[in-house]
Design a protein around this ligand. Structure first.
Ligand SMILES: [Zn+2]
Length: 368
């Protein structure tokens, strides 16, 4: 093939591109592989393509520039950026070494609190404009050591570290790209908050001061398969004014200025959910803080620089400061600003379904 000539191999029928596919593309003399937007490219295949200067083209639109291989594991629909290449030297600075230890300490806290199971959960820290330290895949958070930590760029391409990075890094990267204040993310599966996440409901507000100040409103993002580009993007409508998002049928993600603080928010939200679940078993209404008292807490929160959807006056009508209409209810549907509403949660729809089934049954009884 003449120099400069392009040979494209089409792999748009595959949802996953592995090392074997990358090797086949090289053997076929490809200079480009065309993949669908939802395609997941394994880190080893991604590295192999990059080393062999095979460009990844997503959804038919050519990724440009010399870092085209970085597009391989980028979430769908993300335009190629003009970011400068990641600096691998940031992997071994004194700050990086301290953060690696902090990530390990936080991993052990998550494990001890039963917030992670098996090799679940992941932790990351944005150490540079295009550099993120993160936990590896397939390692229990209890067993993490600083040597396990990886360095990736904002496209998810690993630039340092011996273990492969977590497959859920794209969720963290979407947050870093959307929220400049976010320096650290913790994703985990705490049982009580996850109990809410599997119902598509959020806990009510205006009950416990610490929760109002450090977390306050939590959002709910719709379900998508973990590790996919679509999954990573589910949080985007919410992360600018929520530091904690319930991931439907999955777990939670929290962002903060440090890894330690992101883990604190996970603790705060799970403890709050746990407390509400316990209180609901007492059989008496839960007392609420007044709207004025909640406003005072929000004023404190503002001075701490923490986000809250209630800071936006346009949402105040829709998302009340204290929103527990029924004092015995410990779970409510999120308002539009705070998340999606699962179809099954629409009471009017359920009522009409029950009515039509009842009518059909009654008609059948009357006809016999
Ligand atoms: Zn997870």
């Amino acid at each position: 093939m003449r120099k400069g000539e392009v040979k494209q191999i089409e792999l748009t029928g595959q949802n996953v591109l592995v090392m074997r596919d990358a090797q086949s593309a090289l053997a076929a003399g490809a200079t480009q592989v065309l993949v669908c937007e939802r395609c997941i490219i394994t880190p080893s295949a991604c590295d192999f393509l990059r080393q062999n200067e095979i460009e990844i083209v997503i959804g038919g639109a050519a990724a440009n520039g010399s870092s085209a291989a970085a597009a391989s594991s980028r979430p769908s629909g993300t335009a190629q950026t003009s970011r400068s290449p990641a600096n691998p030297k940031l992997f071994t600075t004194p700050e990086a070494e301290a953060v690696k230890k902090e990530i390990c300490a936080v991993g052990r806290k998550l494990w001890h609190r039963s917030f992670v199971d098996g090799n679940g959960g992941n932790i990351s820290y944005r150490i540079g404009p295009n550099e993120v330290l993160c936990s590896p895949t397939l390692v229990s958070k209890f067993d993490l050591t600083p040597e396990d930590i990886c360095l990736v760029d904002l496209d998810g391409v690993q630039v340092a570290g011996t273990k492969p990075r977590t497959s859920e890094i794209f969720l963290h990267l979407e947050i870093y790209k959307a929220v400049p204040e976010a320096k650290a993310c913790v994703h985990c599966h705490p049982p009580h908050a996850t109990a809410y996440a599997i119902t598509g409901r959020v806990p009510p507000n205006g009950i416990i001061p610490e929760f109002e100040v450090f977390v306050g409103k939590v959002a709910v993002s719709p379900y998508e398969t973990p590790g996919t580009a679509a999954f990573a993007k589910t949080v985007l409508p919410y992360v600018r004014d929520h530091n904690t998002v319930l991931l439907s049928n999955h777990g939670i993600i929290c962002w903060a200025d440090t890894v330690t603080h992101a883990e604190w928010y996970a603790e705060v939200v799970d403890t709050y959910c746990h407390t509400l679940i316990l209180a609901s078993q007492l059989g008496v209404p839960i007392s609420q803080i007044s709207e004025r008292q909640t406003s005072d807490l929000l004023a404190i929160k503002k001075t701490l620089g923490l986000p809250d959807s209630r800071f936006d006056p346009s949402t105040m009508k829709e998302c009340q400061l204290s929103d527990m209409e029924d004092p015995s209810a410990i779970a409510r549907l999120p308002c539009v600003r705070d998340g999606f509403r699962p179809a099954s949660a629409d009471n009017a729809e359920v009522d009409s379904l029950i009515k039509s089934v009842t009518d059909a049954v009654m008609r059948a009884i009357n006809e016999t």
